[in-house]
Design a protein. Structure first.
Length: 254
């Protein structure tokens, strides 16, 4: 992916990694279009960042995705990069029948069906551009599980394999697939995460991501150093230790 000269749509960019990424990409000479559910946040962000465009979109709602995607394409026919950022992460208790189903369904709808529907809405537009990119957003937890968030882990594993698969199908087209794999980053994705010593500072994460995109324009995965402990545990042969460390267990799982 080229670091500049793009027209980029980022649904899910009103806070956290999405917003920080939108601002960083704008500073590098890209036209940025953000999307989110809260109009007041969209208005504030565009006021603070003149020239940035915003659309109200609910990525858990297929009708909203279809309608807004058509509008974005009609009003910004140069759009050539799609970054489906919107995602939710919630703790679940799978030991109780009433402890997880509704939450799990919400996570799958937002984290899996949202990106799938967005890609479906934009795939013809992207293939009509001479140089286009889909940036999917998985997680280090796609490769090692955090025990309190089983459906989130599974949703990000699905995004990883989706990225691998559609990259194969899109070979020979103008569309590249780039997978962003964040570690834990200091955002409000989960309660207490913004203050976590384990989580990576947001500014440091974005700076490293920008450097990787710029220095590795042909990369298929964007992996900051902090995520490699999770990403390559199985390949290194220390997967059990990774899982134990992540969940603060001893090597036998206690």
């Amino acid at each position: 992916m080229n670091i500049s000269g793009n027209t980029i749509f980022i649904p899910g960019a009103t806070s956290g990694i999405g917003l920080a990424l939108a601002i960083a990409l704008r500073e590098r000479g890209n036209e940025i279009i953000i999307g989110g559910r809260r109009t007041e946040l969209l208005d504030r962000i565009t006021a603070e960042n003149p020239g940035m465009h915003a659309y109200r979109i609910d990525t858990s709602d297929p009708e909203s995705i279809a309608t807004v995607s058509r509008q974005v394409i009609a009003e910004h026919p140069e759009v050539n990069v799609l970054i489906p950022m919107a995602g939710i992460m919630r703790a679940e208790d799978w030991t109780r029948a009433d402890g997880f189903l509704e939450t799990a369904e919400q996570i799958v709808t937002t984290n899996v069906l949202g990106p799938v529907r967005l890609i479906a809405a934009f795939i013809e537009q992207l293939q009509n551009r001479p140089d286009a990119t889909i940036v999917t957003v998985s997680s280090g937890l796609a490769f090692a599980p955090l025990q309190i968030t089983p459906t989130y882990n599974a949703s990000k594993a699905a995004i990883h394999m989706l990225s691998e698969s559609i990259r194969l199908q899109l070979r020979g087209t103008s569309v590249r697939v780039l997978e962003l794999e964040p570690p834990s980053v200091r955002t409000d994705l989960m309660p207490g995460q913004a203050e976590s010593d384990f989580a990576m500072p947001l500014e440091d994460f974005i700076d490293e991501v920008m450097h990787l995109i710029e220095s590795q324009p042909d990369a298929t995965e964007i992996q900051v150093e902090n995520v490699k402990f999770l990403r390559y545990g199985e390949a290194r042969g220390d997967y059990d230790t990774v899982v134990a460390t992540l969940n603060q267990l001893d090597p036998h799982g206690h």
